[in-house]
Design a protein around this ligand. Structure first.
Ligand code: FMN
Length: 417
């Protein structure tokens, strides 16, 4: 049970700017607000919404749920990003079915009882941050399911969680019966009717998400989980209508997208894709690459997706590139190369810092990515775990002033400074 809502208090304040927004009228003449901190319009199905800035908290599994339910951890975790001005928050990968979770501690949206619990998470975050845009990532982990939470350092006898410990290590599934790598589980190849069930489960989970109050859902089709495995020829060697050509490999994702778009015409529908499988250059196997991303981006645009986020990794163990600033920007550029009609593109991956010239200015690199038109929005992950005030810190670094902060905090700053 939540405490009394504070929104009336927050809204009746003399400072009407939402946290994380910049008061343009207070900028000295000649000082432009960086794109990163400007309000921006994005599509949401048949409507548009205005984001208070271009910063997104990327989805990050916290492995802190019990039977898929959000816990007090999630309220505090997302509450802090909301309170410090993130324009958009994407709640972590949430299983559309119990066996679609990466671990037994994952968040979920696979049963009706989850709706009320998620509703209190959404309400809490929105209560402390007006104009917050909040979504949730819907996921199926495929052949990478039933693992131990990565922070669990207890020595376990098996690399995957057995049924006796709440796992489902004998029943993980994939597009084809190909394990992630040596020593990994051999997944069951989904039958046609099981594929249709998964499609239904995604749509049902989206329905629960919207009833819980989320503004949008992000379909997880990256990192080697189920939908991205369908897309990649490395993990999908089916001979039926879901394998072979790019159209066939992306069929499941597109079916899910089209059904959610049809059923919820005004809600936000986002997708996260791998820009590339990242095979080393000398590995000549057919894989998912930037050309595939350009082709699929165009289809997702036509299907009514609002925002496409481009990530990478997780299909093969070793990537051909390392996580340096902007390492996934080429993926966002590949999506934009499709000449998109309405869909926006976000980029992610070590975007928090400065440029080579000014390495210690948070937000400068992200601003450069936006200025150059490589992406429309910026998603950040790990930096928010260390520095939940990143939006305010970037505003101070780029503008010499705070973006609007929580009233309860910001009136104390002049004396601190
Ligand atoms: C602890 C942790 C959990 C993550 N969980 C998810 C997830 O649930 N879904 C997802 O698509 N990506 C997940 N990611 C990837 C992030 O969303 C992000 O793409 C990645 O951290 C790179 O961005 P960064 O350099 O800003 O951290 C996770 C990353 C971290 C560090």
């Amino acid at each position: 049970m939540l405490a009394v809502s504070s929104s009336s208090y927050a809204l009746s304040s003399q400072e009407r700017l939402p946290v994380g927004a910049v008061d343009l009228s207070s900028l000295p003449e000649g000082v432009e607000c960086p794109l990163l901190l400007q309000r921006t319009e994005i599509p949401s199905g048949t409507t548009t919404v205005t984001l208070k800035n271009r910063v997104i908290v990327a989805p990050m599994c916290m492995y802190s749920s019990v039977d898929g339910f959000p816990t007090p951890f999630h309220l505090v975790h997302h509450g802090q990003f909301a309170l410090h001005g993130a324009g958009t928050i994407i709640v972590e990968a949430s299983g559309i079915t119990p066996s679609g979770r990466i671990s037994p501690r994952d968040l979920g949206l696979y049963k009706e009882e989850h709706v009320a619990a998620h509703a209190s998470l959404v309400q809490t975050a929105k209560d402390v941050s007006s104009e917050l845009y909040m979504g949730i990532q819907l996921a199926h982990a495929g052949r990478k399911a039933s693992t131990w939470p990565p922070y669990d350092r207890t020595p376990h006898e098996t690399p995957y969680v057995p049924v006796s410990e709440g796992g489902w290590d004998k029943t993980v599934v994939n597009a084809s019966s190909i394990p992630y790598g040596e020593g990994h589980l051999v997944p069951h190849e989904l039958s046609l009717s099981e594929i249709r069930d998964i499609e239904d489960d995604f749509v049902r989970a989206a329905d629960r998400a919207f009833r819980a109050g989320y503004d949008f859902v992000q379909i997880h089709s990256a990192h080697g989980y189920l939908l991205s495995s369908f897309c990649s020829p490395l993990a999908n060697q089916r001979k039926d209508m879901y394998g072979g050509s790019l159209e066939n490999r992306t069929r499941l994702l597109l079916n899910i997208v089209r059904r959610i778009r049809d059923q919820f015409p005004e809600k936000g529908l986002w997708v996260r894709l791998n820009g590339t499988d990242g095979l080393p250059e000398d590995d000549e196997r057919e894989s998912w690459n930037y050309e595939s991303t350009t082709a699929l981006a165009s289809m997702l645009d036509d299907a009514g997706v609002d925002v496409l986020d481009i990530s990478s990794g997780g299909t093969v163990g070793k990537l051909s590139f390392s996580s340096t600033p902007g390492y996934q920007v080429p993926g966002a550029e590949a999506a934009k190369a499709a000449g998109l009609k309405r869909m926006k593109v976000s980029s992610v991956g070590c975007l928090q810092g400065g440029t080579e010239e000014h390495p210690h200015v948070p937000g400068l690199f992200a601003e450069k990515v936006l200025q150059e038109g490589s992406a429309d929005l910026i998603a950040l992950g790990r930096i928010f775990l260390r520095q939940p005030t990143w939006v305010e810190d970037a505003a101070r670094a780029l503008l010499g002033k705070h973006a609007a902060g929580a009233l309860q905090y910001s009136y104390t700053f002049p004396r601190l400074d």
